[in-house]
Design a protein around this ligand. Structure first.
Ligand SMILES: C[S@@+](CC[C@H](N)C(=O)[O-])C[C@H]1O[C@@H](n2cnc3c(N)ncnc32)[C@H](O)[C@@H]1O
Length: 491
């Protein structure tokens, strides 16, 4: 404001020109009026602001704050007198919020991740959900992990197993550790963006660590294989793999992080995706040392790119891993107690299938990863007959099985049943660094049973129709054409 007065009192040629120009436009711009009378503006201490505050607010205001508010009002009044647009100070707004903190803390605002989660419910998404899938069954892998089919049971065994499952199912409903909002609405997992970023970094770090560990373990397995079966050991039997190694394999996993509804910001595409994109076999090379082919199961499928990548997708970033509840091995009913939030074990919707895993709470987004499938490393005798074992393969050969028969040593994933058709399947299984993971490949609404594809052989065993199987196989063929030679990644 002082600049207005000083401009009016100056006498240089330039200033006089300015003054003239200001005079001609004074009607449209009073700020340029050199005759504006500052004496009309009251001094700060004469400005009244009390009327804008409640009694409670006035009681809390310090002298300095009052002066600040007076100054703000004074500046605003002057701007108005000059006919200039000025933003009304917030405290002068009629329907503003109280500046005094209420005694009861207000309901915390939704975190960004929860807001994103709410997106699941928009009509737009609902509409999208009801549209036929754009890429039906592309999820099936070129080579896929297989759940080993169960051996036929005697009536006695069947009854025993039924009773056992019933007992386990009862326990599953016991502890409920879910989070709940103040208003009673359940949140899936409310993480802030920074936390999510941290968790992603942790996942990336553990993948690197995992890669290294798996290389060592591979070497060890190769050495064992080269040495042949030891005294008293049958090739392919459970004792085939040393206890130490077994322990290590079971603990060598992606370090899962508990997170959800991660909005993946696309990173800048440097056009360098071929570095990690499959298959690298197409890259011309002069000799075999130039390109070292990584292991079969070091690839992850990115649904958004519809591509396999060695490790994380360079465009869409790491997959989101949902952590199991931590329960020590050997604890009774460990399997059901490892259920992550919002999942429970209840009778399956599939007649005669026993129990299954259900989602309650809120919609789960696609691309959430569960696992690894926990269990005992077994040879074919157990692996091929238990009904709870996934095959772990390398270069097309079954190396061993992860058997989840024992509920004290396995995780909740043992309860996931086999889908009977495309519509009801919501998980795909994939092998990654000798472990089996399940991934949601479409949003899963609450009140849905989680269902995965076990593989054709097992499905046949379960009486799943040829037609459903054929449907499942179609994209597999496509995959084979596009990803020649890829192995063991998605199912
Ligand atoms: C890995 S277990 C799944 C959990 C099992 N439902 C339970 O209660 O323990 C595999 C077994 O579940 C049953 N099952 C899974 N999917 C099925 C399906 N689509 N139809 C019939 N039975 C199924 C079969 O008995 C199969 O051997």
């Amino acid at each position: 404001m002082t600049s207005v007065s000083s401009a009016s009192s100056s006498g240089s040629d330039d200033e006089n020109n300015d003054k003239q120009a200001a005079s001609t436009s004074a009607s449209s711009n009073p700020f340029a009026d050199p005759d504006f009378d500052m004496s009309k503006v009251p001094e700060t201490e004469d400005i009244r602001v009390e009327q804008y505050f409640s009694k409670e607010e006035l009681a809390e205001l310090s002298k300095i704050e009052m002066t600040r508010y007076r100054n703000m009002k004074r500046n605003y009044d002057v701007m108005r007198m000059l006919g200039l647009p000025g933003k009304k100070p917030y405290f002068m707004e009629r329907n503003r919020r109280s500046l005094v903190q209420p005694k009861e803390p207000p309901t915390p605002p939704l975190t960004s991740s929860e807001s994103e989660e709410d997106e699941e419910w928009t009509p737009e998404l609902e509409r999208k959900k009801n549209q036929p899938p754009k890429k039906p069954w592309f999820l099936l892998p070129p080579k896929k992990p297989r759940m080993s089919k169960p051996k036929p049971q005697t009536t006695d065994q069947h009854q025993k197993s039924k009773a056992k499952k019933k007992a386990e199912a009862t326990v599953s409903k016991a502890p409920d550790t879910r989070e709940s909002d103040d208003d009673g609405a359940e949140t899936f997992l409310g993480f802030q963006a920074e936390e999510v970023a941290e968790m992603q970094a942790a996942t990336a770090a553990s993948i690197a660590e995992l890669e290294k560990k798996m290389k060592d373990l591979e070497l060890e397995i190769q050495q064992e294989e080269a040495a042949g079966p030891q005294d008293g050991q049958e090739e392919g039997s459970e004792s085939d793999i040393s206890t130490d190694l077994e322990e290590e394999l079971l603990t060598t996993t992606l370090q899962p992080v508990k997170q959800q509804e991660l909005k993946k910001e696309p990173v800048e595409d440097t056009g360098d995706t071929r570095k990690s994109r499959y298959p690298q076999r197409n890259i011309p090379r002069k000799n075999y040392k130039e390109v070292e082919l990584p292991d079969d199961d070091h690839y992850l499928f990115c649904e958004d790119c519809n591509e396999l990548y060695e490790g994380d997708c360079p465009v869409h970033g790491p997959l989101t891993v949902v952590k199991d509840k931590e329960v020590p091995k050997g604890e009774p009913n460990r399997a059901v107690r490892t259920l992550p939030d919002y999942l429970s074990v209840c009778p399956s919707k599939i007649k005669g299938a026993g129990d299954g895993v259900w989602l309650d709470g809120k919609t789960m987004q696609k691309n959430l990863v569960f696992g690894p499938y926990d269990g005992k490393i077994s040879g074919p005798e157990i692996g091929m007959t238990s009904g709870y074992a996934w095959q772990i393969s390398k270069n097309d050969k079954v190396k061993y099985y992860i058997d989840a028969t024992d509920v004290t040593k396995s995780s909740w994933m043992r309860y996931v049943n086999c889908a009977r058709n495309e519509e009801e399947q919501n998980l795909v299984a994939f092998q990654y660094y000798r472990n089996i993971y399940y991934r949601t490949y479409k949003p899963v609404p609450p009140g849905t049973e989680l269902l995965v594809w076990y593989g054709n052989e097992y499905a046949k065993e379960l009486g799943i129709s040829e037609k459903a199987q054929a449907k499942q196989e179609e994209p597999n063929k496509q995959s084979i054409q596009t990803d020649t030679g890829a192995a063991g990644v998605e199912t």
